[in-house]
Structure formats: C-alpha cells, structure tokens
Design a protein around this ligand. Structure first.
Ligand SMILES: Nc1ncnc2c1ncn2[C@@H]1O[C@H](COP(=O)(O)OP(=O)(O)OP(=O)(O)O)[C@@H](O)[C@H]1O
Ligand SMILES: [Mg+2]
Length: 398
C-alpha cells in the first residue's frame, strides 16, 4: 500500500505552505515517516520550516524530511527532446531564440514535471505520509486535467501519427519546411504520457490521496475555492477538507469589529458551500507563521479535532451504475449552474463541459453503444442516463 498523500492548494498567499508544513510536522510527531514536498516553482518551504532544503529530500526533524523540487532539472529530464524540436520549429517560423525557448514549455509544465516526482516517492516505500505544497489554484487545476489528455494522445493520436510519419516521413520532410519530430521526440512524449497516467492513478486513489483547499474568509478567495472544488470533482479528485486560515479572533478588538462580522458571514458561506466536507479553521496570529513553534501552534488549531493524516471525508463524487438496459452516471458538481453544462459522447468518450473547462471521461467498453438519453441537473449533481436499447436493436440489425 502506498503512502498517504495530501495535496494543499488554493489562491496565492492564503497559507498553503504554512498549512502543508504544519501538517507534516504533526504527522511526523505522530510517528509517521513524513515527506513534505514543494512543487510550486516559487518555493517558500525552506523559509516556513526554517531549514535549508534542496532538490532531494533533506532531513529536517525526527521522521520529517523536506524537498523543494527544482522545476528546471525535471524539465530537462522529461522535456528536453521535445523542447529542442519545438524550439527549432518556432525559430524556423521566424520566432526569435529566446521567445522560442519560452514557447516550447507550455505554462504550468514546470509544476507538472515536479509533481511527477511523486511516483518515485510512492514506489520507494520510504514514506508513510507525503504532504504536497502545490502552486496556486489555476496552475494546479490545469495540471490535474493533463493525465486525461495524455491518455487520449497516447491511445488515439500517437499510433496514427507514427504510422503516417513512418510512411510519409521522407517525402513530408522534403515537402514541408518544418522539422518533423524524430523518434526521440515520440519516445519522450510517450514516456511522459505514461508517467502522467501513472501519476493520475496515484492521485485518483481516493483511499490514499486527497486534496485540501486552503482559503481565507474573504469573498473572492472563497469564490475561487468553490470553482476549484467543482473542477476537482469533475476531474474525479477527492477533496477531503477545507481549510479556512487567518480568521480574526475575538481579541482583535473594536478596530476589526466590522471585519469580524464580515468574516462570520463568509464562514457561513464556506460551511454551506462545501458541506459535508469538513471545514478546519485557524486564527490570524499576531505574528508570521514560520519555524517550529508557530507551525505547531497552527497545527494545534487546525487539527484540534481531526487526525491530520486521516481521510477526513470520503464522498464519491462520480458514480457509474450499469444495468442490462442502460447506465447512469452521477457527477457531483456543487457550484455548476445547469446552463453551464454540456455533454457529448463519442464512442467510449463522454465529454462534459462546465464553465468552459473540459473533462473527457472514458467509459467502460460495455457502454460503447449506449447513448446519453437524458441529463438532469439537480442538487449539485449531474445525472446522465444512458440508453442501452439501441445497442441490442442495432446488433440485431447488424
Ligand atoms: N494563520 C496565520 N496567521 C498569521 N500569518 C499567517 C497565517 N498563515 C500564514 N501566515 C503568513 O502569511 C504569509 C503567506 O503564507 P504562506 O506562504 O503559507 O501562503 P501560500 O499560500 O503558500 O503563499 P504562496 O501562494 O505565495 O505560495 C506568510 O508570511 C505566513 O507566515
Ligand atoms: Mg507557498
């Protein structure tokens, strides 16, 4: 069984790094071999733990290790073949060298490569708990949808692309004035796609891997967290807790009285919006959260009533039930509005769009000939009914 993996994400500056560091200190204290790893290209985990971290795990306490993955190293390891090829392609199209180099790395790729480190840590057997300090929401979200895309490429595009290239390579090469990808580029992408799929399996293992959303009691921050929650559900990742950090305590006095009233209102919104996912709170401290003492104060507040390593909520957000005559897919999309959802099914692929974000769900082969016959949106869940009748009639005809 792999290690318990907890990913913290949220808007910039809300306290992700502090919460990740304090969680790790607590699980290590509880006797679990813990690694806290930062995949945010702008690291601040060293400052938070007040320890010198490196690109490889460094021991920072009893049973506690920290790591700040170097995105550049990971990029070279996984992407250099593709980067060279794309770079050449852009240069031949008249893009200058420096811009070409920038363009050959899609935004968010650096964190993606850093996250791939999780695979080796999972396989190593060295850890009971891995806590991940992720980059701010937008980036992470995009990254989380990568494995599906990778799977699609590897299964659909690559086999054909390779055949075409093998057949028409030399001719195409002489006809087109762009460098065609070499076998080495394909090998890179294929390896990468496989890594992404493996990582996706780790992250979708709901008994071991969960995501926790960190926010402040501030309307815009909560709004963004709500959207993230919807998309995480859509992607099939389990959110097991919501952290509200920097809540003004009573002691702040009359100057902040109005702030406190507002925060109370916002906290009600959080509770009603994310229920039944547990909401963990921490106060706005009178000083920065850095170093052992402050981190442990934060840990005490957050995990007063909860085990940091437990899966704090285990709801299945996407369910598929198959019967003789049809099937039903239930997707929990807490904040999506009915008008924002569209569906399309091609073969085994069901494409669901919510607010412009896209998710491709690969249905089991048994549903190949099933057609979505009805989609209803109620109480934060999308229910798609698939009709299996056509299958038997068409197979009889065939
Ligand atoms: N409960 C708290 N009370 C007071 N200060 C806090 C609290 N939590 C975090 N801080 C401080 O707020 C700042 C931002 O926290 P942190 O670095 O953990 O946020 P982050 O979400 O990781 O930010 P980034 O998006 O930049 O990585 C830090 O200076 C930290 O010490
Ligand atoms: Mg941070």
């Amino acid at each position: 069984m792999g290690p318990r993996t907890i990913l913290y994400t949220g808007k910039g500056g809300v306290g992700k790094t502090s919460v990740a560091a304090c969680t790790a200190r607590r699980t290590a204290r509880d006797g679990l071999r813990t690694l806290v790893i930062s995949t945010d290209p702008a690291h601040s985990l060293s400052d938070s733990l007040e320890a010198e971290l490196g690109a490889e795990p460094v021991e920072v306490g009893e049973r506690l290790w920290g790591q700040e993955v170097k995105a550049q190293d990971e990029m070279e390891r996984h992407w250099s073949g593709v980067q060279d090829w794309l770079g050449e392609l852009f240069v031949e199209r008249g893009v200058d060298r420096i811009s070409a180099e920038e363009l050959s790395v899609p935004p968010g790729m650096d964190e993606l490569f850093s996250l791939l480190r999780l695979q080796a840590h999972h396989a190593s057997g060295n850890w009971d708990v891995i806590v991940v300090d992720c980059a701010p929401t937008g980036e992470t979200l995009r990254l989380l949808s990568f494995p599906d895309i990778a799977r699609w490429w590897i299964e659909k595009v690559f086999p054909k692309e390779r055949q075409i290239l093998a057949a028409a390579g030399p001719i195409a090469r002489s006809l087109l004035d762009i460098p065609l990808p070499t076998e080495a580029v394909f090998a890179d992408i294929q390896r990468l796609s496989q890594s992404l799929i493996a990582m996706n399996q780790i992250l979708r293992d709901r008994e071991r891997s969960t995501i926790r959303l960190v926010m402040n009691p501030d309307k815009m921050v909560i709004g963004e967290a709500m959207r993230t929650f919807t998309y995480l559900n859509l992607y099939g990742y389990l959110t097991d807790a919501v952290i509200v950090n920097r809540v003004f305590p009573e002691e702040v006095g009359s100057y902040f009285a109005r702030w406190r009233t507002l925060q109370e209102e916002h906290l009600e919104l959080v509770t009603s919006a994310f229920a039944p996912v547990p909401v963990l709170r921490a106060p706005y401290f009178e000083q920065e959260v850095a170093g052992a003492e402050m981190l442990d104060r934060l840990g005490c507040e957050l995990f007063e009533k909860h085990d940091p390593e437990a899966v704090l909520h285990a709801a299945i957000t996407q369910e598929l039930t198959v019967s003789e005559t049809g099937a039903r897919l239930r997707l929990s999309l807490p904040f999506a509005r009915k008008g924002d959802v569209t569906l399309k099914k091609v073969g085994l692929e069901l494409v669901v769009r919510v607010d412009g974000q896209k998710r491709t769900i690969i249905l089991p082969p048994a549903l190949a000939a099933f057609r979505p016959s009805e989609a209803t949106f109620e109480a934060g869940a999308l229910e798609v009914t698939f009709d299996g009748e056509q299958r038997s009639s068409s197979s009889r005809r065939g």
